[in-house]
Write a new protein. Structure first.
Length: 87
C-alpha cells in the first residue's frame, strides 16, 4: 500500500498577483548606431568650430556621445591652427 504525503499544517496561500515592476526615473535610451553620414556631418561642424553641445543638438545625440565619438575618431574640438612662435 502506498503511503500518503503529509499535509502541511499551514493553510495554502491564495494566488496573488506579482507586484508591478517599478519604472526607473531615467528615460530609456535607444542606442542609435553612428553612420558614415553622421561622421561626415560632425567633421564638417568641427571644421566650422561648432561647440559640442550644438553638434549634439544638430545630430540629435547627447553631448557625451558626441565627445566620445570625436575621441574615438581621433579628432579634436580644439582649433587645429598652429600657434605662431614667439620671438
Amino acid at each position: 500500500m502506498a503511503t500518503k504525503a503529509k499535509r502541511s499544517k499551514t493553510p495554502a496561500k491564495a494566488a496573488t498577483k506579482a507586484p508591478a515592476k517599478k519604472k526607473s526615473s531615467k528615460a530609456a535610451t535607444s542606442r542609435v548606431r553612428w553612420t558614415s553620414q553622421n561622421d561626415r556631418e560632425m567633421k564638417a561642424l568641427i571644421k566650422e568650430q561648432t561647440p559640442a553641445r550644438a553638434i549634439a543638438t544638430k545630430l540629435k545625440r547627447t553631448e557625451a556621445a558626441v565627445r566620445q565619438r570625436i575621441h574615438k575618431l581621433g579628432l579634436s574640438l580644439r582649433s587645429s591652427k598652429k600657434k605662431k612662435a614667439r620671438r
